[in-house]
Write a protein that binds this ligand. Structure first.
Ligand code: G3H
Ligand code: 13P
Ligand code: ZN
Length: 329
């Protein structure tokens, strides 16, 4: 079983100039699609669950599905990660469940809406590190806030990172990885169609220059595939026009200190598009396997493409497993 601390994956990605996909999961089909894509592309993966996902699955179901993914895929290094933990207690609970990595999002208060002060963020982050580090669990923190209020995630206010503050925060906390706000945002509505879609790679480069060799995380990195949005709307959906983070920018970021890229919305869109299509074209269908199965196939194709063409993580799993085996023998 290849459940590993996330830091191990981040270090390998950093050294080899690629990013690991951190894919959000809520159910079995998503996990199976991620793992099938990882097998097909021989890719390390970060399987992550939000607080909402854990609650939806009554904690134990998602935990067991993630463990099943690891047992079923001994050749794939997997980090089991808590996405957007909002307190020390939430992080403790995830660690007790067996997560190998946690994010403490101290950029917002526990209501996940109100921005915190720098000092409040520092305090809660330090408390999680103090608890997690002796247990070998990786800790990701966040500085600056991302947008995304339309989807009910985050404060809706965007505060881009100040490189000085990022450097100070990393030195003070000695955190394993830092999520930065450089213009990405959560959810399906990031940029209006036709608006310039630019993320601040210049801020990223400045942070990288000041703390070389330190792992950076990009949240809100879905690209909002036009075909999926069109397919949803063709079959009765009503999504507004929108655009996501261009894949070319993600590819560029992945070659830099960015070594974890979070993607959730793209999977939601692709899955919904396929299910809507089946419901519209085969209204007589009522066996969940007949629509969730094809949705899983559509997800598989999406994750394969992300691993191969966007993140550069394909083919990296054997190197990590070989290094782990050498360390153990
Ligand atoms: O960052 C947010 C993720 O997309 C998870 O969203 O809280 O709706 O599960 P969620
Ligand atoms: P997207 O909404 O862009 O997929 O971002 C997901 C994310 O950042 C999860 O933490
Ligand atoms: Zn996020």
């Amino acid at each position: 079983m290849a459940l590993v601390p996330m830091r191990l994956l981040l270090d390998h990605a950093l050294k080899n100039k690629y990013a690991v996909g951190a894919y959000n999961v809520n159910n079995m089909e998503q996990i199976q699609a991620i793992m099938a894509a990882a097998r097909e592309t021989r890719t390390p993966v970060i399987v992550q669950a939000s607080r909402g996902a854990l609650k939806y699955s009554n904690f134990i179901y998602l935990k067991k599905l993630m463990e099943a993914a690891a047992i079923d895929n001994p050749d794939i290094p997997i980090a089991m990660h808590l996405d957007h933990g909002n307190s020390l207690d939430t992080c403790k609970k995830a660690i007790e469940l067996g997560f190998t990595s946690v994010m403490i999002d101290g950029s917002l208060k526990e209501d996940s809406k109100t921005p915190t002060t720098y000092e409040e963020n520092l305090d809660v982050t330090l408390s999680v590190i103090e608890y997690a580090r002796p247990l070998g669990v990786t800790v990701e923190a966040e500085l600056g806030t991302l947008g995304g209020i339309e989807d009910g995630v985050g404060s809706g206010q965007v505060h881009l990172n100040d490189p000085d503050q990022a450097v100070k925060f990393v030195r003070k906390t000695k955190v394993d990885a830092l999520a930065v706000a450089i213009g990405t945002s959560h959810g399906a509505y990031k940029f209006k169609a036709g608006q310039a879609q630019e993320i601040r790679l210049d801020i990223l480069r400045e942070i990288e220059r000041r703390i070389p060799g330190f792992p950076i995380v990009l949240h809100g990195s879905s690209s909002i595939p036009e075909e999926a949005v069109a397919q949803i709307n063709r079959y009765g959906g009503r999504l507004k026009d929108s655009a996501g983070i261009p894949e070319a920018q993600l590819r560029e970021a992945a070659r830099s200190a960015v070594c974890k890229i979070n993607i959730d919305s793209d999977g939601r869109l692709v899955m919904t598009a396929k299910i809507r299509e089946i419901f519209a074209l085969k209204p007589e269908e009522f066996d969940p396997r007949k629509y969730l199965g094809p949705a899983r196939e559509a997800l598989l194709a999406m994750y394969i493409r992300k691993n191969r063409e966007v993140l550069g993580s394909a083919g990296r799993a054997p190197e990590i497993i070989a290094a782990l085996d050498a360390e153990r023998s």
